[in-house]
Each structure stands twice: as C-alpha cells, then as structure tokens.
Design a protein around this ligand. Sequence first.
Ligand code: C2E
Ligand code: MG
Ligand code: MG
Length: 614
Amino acid sequence: MLLQWFWVPLGALAVLALYQQVRIYQIHRESKKKEELFQIVTENAADMIALVDVKGRRLYNSPAYKRILGYSAAELGETSAFEQIHPDDRFRVLDAAREARETGTGKRLEYRIKHKDGSWRVLESVASTIRDAKGEVAKLVIVNRDITERKRAEEQLQHNLFHDPLTNLPNRRLFLDRLQSSFARARDAGRPYTLLLVNVDHFKVFNETMGTVAGDHVLLELSRRLATRLRQDETIARRESSGASPEAVLFRLGGDEFTILLDVVDDPSDALRVAKSIQAAVAEPFFVETREMRVSASIGIALSTVTHERPEDVLKDVDVAMRRAKALGGSRCEVLDEAMHTRAVGRLRLEADLRTALTERQFRVFYQPVVELASRRVVSFEALLRWEHPSQGLISPYRFIEAAEDTGILVSIGHWLLLQTCRQLRDWAAANFSAQPIHITVNVSARQLADARLVNDLQDALQQSGVDPALLQLEMTESVAAADPKLTVTVLSHLKHMGIGVILDDFGTGTTSLRGLRQFPVDALKIDRSLVREMQTDRATSDIVELIITLAHKMSLRVIAEGIETSRQLERLLELGCEFGQGYYFSQPLEAKAVQQFVRQQIGPARKSGAGAS
Ligand code: C2E
Ligand code: MG
Ligand code: MG
C-alpha cells in the first residue's frame, strides 16, 4: 500500500520529466525551424535585412546588402553602420533606433546611405524588436528597402512641374511662387527687388519664317546666354560684395518671354544696367544651320519701390513697361516708374468702368451730317460714339476707344452700335422726312475688323431692323485697313457682297500705298481733318488735298472732306472738286432726336445747338 502510495508520485514525476524533455526538444526544434525560416526569408529577400544588438553592433546582414550597397558580409563587418549613413540623417536614425528599443515598436524612416562606389542610396526602413527571456529588448531586426529609383522619379516629376522642358529653366509656376516670396519680403521686411520682363521682338514672325525648330534653337541658346550673363554681371556682383547677397533668377514664362527676379537690386539705374547687358547678350548673332540670324528684345522693368497691393500688380506693371518698350520700336528697356504706374492704374480703372458702361447702358450715339458741298443737301450721318459717364458727363471716344479696343470690349460695343444705328435707319425711313434716303456710316476699329463676328453682327443688325444694306456704310482708317491687308481684302469683299459700302477714314495721314488702295474694294475716301485745317496755310498740304481728290476721281471713288470749320475751307474744297464734306461749319454731331429737324431746315453755317463731347 505504502509502496503503492510511493510509486504513484514517482511515476508522475518521471512522466513530468519526460514531458519536459520532449517540450525542450520541441522548443528547440521550433526555434531551429524559426531560425531556418528566418534564414530562408532573409537570404532571399529583395530588401536588406539586418540584425543588430542594442548597442547597434551588426549581428547579421542579409545578402541583399551586397547587391544594393556593394559590400560583402565580411566588408560590412569591418565598417561602421553609423558612418555609412549620410551625416545629415545620422541622428534621425539613432533617434529612431532608440525609440524602437524603448517602445518596442519602430517607425517608418527614410535615410541615405553610402554605396561602396561612393554614391548615395535612399532607404526606407522599419525596425522590429526581439526580446530576451526577461522580456527586455535584446535585438533589433531592421528591414531596409532601396527606394532610390522611386525617389529619383518623384524628384524628376517635381522638377518637371516647376521647369520648362525646352530650356530647363524654372517655369511660370515657380516664378509666381518666387515673386510671391520677394513681394512678401519687400512688404514685411523692406527688402527690395526688381523684376525684368524680357520679350523677344517679332519672334512670331521669326518662328513663321524660319520654322519652330529654328525658333526653339534660338530660345534655348538665348536661355543659356541670359543665364551666363546674369552669373557674370558686374552690377549684381557689386551688390554681392556689399554683403547684400542678392540672387538673380532667370525664368521662362513661356513662348518668347523670360523674367529675371533680382533680389536686393532696387536702384533704377542698376536695373537698367542689367537690362542693357541682357540686351547685348540677345543681340549677339545666332547661327541656324550656318545662317547668321539676329534678334532683339524689349525689356520691361518694375521696381518694388513702387507701391503694389498684390504680386499680380507687379506683373501687370512689368508687362505695361515691356509693351511700352515694344510700342517705342522694340529693342528697348522701359522702367515702370510712379508716373507710368499711375497712368497704368488709371487705365485699369477705365477698362473696368467701360465694362460697367456697357451693362449699364451708358453709351450714346451722336450723328454728324455729311453734306453734298454744292447743294448742302444732307446725304448721310456719321455715327459717333459718346460715353455718358455718371459723374464726368459726355466723354469723347478719343479718351476710351483705345482702351476699349485693347480689352476687346469694343467688339461688344460695336455690336450694340450696329443694332442701334440700324434701328435708327429704320425709324428715319419710316418717318419719311427726307426726299432722298439717308445713309449712316459707322466706324470700325482694327480689332472689330479682325473679329469673325463682324459680318455676323452686321447680318444680325440688318435682319433685325429689315434695313436695306445699301444704306449702311463702314468707315475704317487707312492704318486699320493696312494692318493686315489680306484680311482687309477678305472682309471688304464680304461687305461688298452684302451691299455695304466702305469708306477709308482719315485718309492722307497713313501710309497706304497706291497699290494698297487699288487692292481694297472701297467706295470713298475721307480726307483727314488735319489736311483740311492746314490746307489754307500750307501750300504743300493744299497740293496733297488736290492730289487726293484727283486720285479718287480717277479711281471712281467719292471724296469726303472732314473737319470743315470755315467758309473759306468750304470754298477751297469746292474749287478743288471735292463733292462731300462734314464739319462744325455745317453741324456738330447731333443727338438722334435733333436729326429730323436738322434735315428739314435749310443748311447754313452751324447753329450752336450741336452736342460735342469733352
Ligand atoms: P473720326 O471717325 O475721324 O470722326 C470724326 C471726328 O471728328 C469726330 O470726333 C467728330 O466729332 C470730329 N469732328 C467733326 N467735325 C469736326 C470739325 O469741324 N472740327 C474738328 N476739330 N473735329 C470735328 P469724335 O466723335 O470725338 O470721334 C473721334 C474718333 O473716335 C473718330 O474719328 C473715330 O475714329 C473714333 N470713333 C468714334 N465713334 C466710334 C465708333 O463707334 N467706333 C469706333 N471704332 N471708333 C469710333
Ligand atoms: Mg470716322
Ligand atoms: Mg476721320
């Protein structure tokens, strides 16, 4: 019994011991299996896997290290991991390792490490911890992925976003960003800057005649020259030596337009000096397939000393200055100073007001009679635009036509005017106050002439009013007609086909050649009022007027003299054989409601009732 009692625990102990032996064996096998597994995984992994102790000493490096960093396991053993890491990244890596040890979990980390050949590879790594029997972190397993190529692709994409593909210069996007910074620094810290806008003169023509390949070649060469010139510029270097550490950055805005942002340069004469040096660089000859070519550039300059509210205003200013340089003949530099700035601001306000004027119906049409000089019979009226400004009263087209033309709003005003005059023609025909039908002539600008909507607008106005097209005539100045002769011929042929007459306005001041005159299918010439004015005092002018009249008659064109103010002018024009005329001598431009009465009355010298405009 006792024996029995004794044997039971002894047997249990033996079983227990055996069980423990089996368990140890199993654990050993499992961990051996795990080790094997670790071995298999790490030996074949594309990523670099490292095992380090808590002191950062290398215990194991997977074979991928050799492939990615060029070092064999033995070589790695001799090098310090810390020293292979990029100096700027070292402490971040150490921090991350410490954190992993302390918290037991590692963060994703990016850092650079040196390849055996000296180049840098970018790694993305994650650390995990292995704890010992006491539960303390004993080792770190670090998995490193080589993301160098991905990084390079990302950087390339980023670069492309901010650089121009042809010249590799920073592009408009980057420029706007930099301008914003310079603007903020000037405003907040009083650090000045200067902006130069460089635009190649007649580049469109160059591209069209030489082809875009030659055009690209010139732009590329130009970008190199400008960059070199800026690097060597003495004015900029001088500023640098004064401790101001300026920066001159060249951008390509697109097309033939470059900008240069000069930090710290705030003196107009310094800015001009830089611009002149840029122009000299542009002026050097280019060789396109052994042909020598030359181009020039117009440069606008805006200084931060002029007060601007937003960076966009600086851009507008520099554009105004550049356009001015172009308007003055190109190959020039223009600085936008306070006076020019004020003018530009006034112009912007005018443009905005013009838009309001159209929607608020502030435009009026006045009609100036054109008479047959011999009989004084009214044959037509010239429709003249007025702006009835709410605070400034009637404004002359001389003060707003150009701005309306530049912004394109004149096309819309022109459409409204055509509708208005055609309705007027219909009403006058219905009122039947004149023995002969009355015509109306309407002025068109260059932009209106080039706008495809003109013919449609005309058809629209004629259709809506049901007016005979023969009662409508268009006037355009010689320079408008000559701006694009091909286009003018096409549009005029259309008008002729529609039965609408055309008058060449302000004739004798422009540069129409005789051939041009033959080429344009016009019906009449209107002699410019400066010739009519000077005719009396200047013999040569009188001869010119006579010549124009003879020429017109030879070509079967009618002649109208404008700006007749005195009876002597009238008499002289009659002597020279001029048939038609208009001017204050007969009448000022009239309001529509005054026209009927005017036609009915005998025409004598002008009454004082006419309405002009300031
Ligand atoms: P324009 O077509 O040569 O028109 C004649 C201008 O001479 C008118 O000025 C008229 O008022 C003025 N005038 C008439 N008789 C005399 C005179 O005896 N002496 C003097 N010194 N001037 C006289 P306005 O109305 O101020 O128009 C100026 C210019 O504005 C016009 O010159 C025309 O080029 C343009 N314009 C006027 N209305 C329109 C329009 O509806 N569309 C376009 N595109 N341009 C217009
Ligand atoms: Mg006119
Ligand atoms: Mg005129």
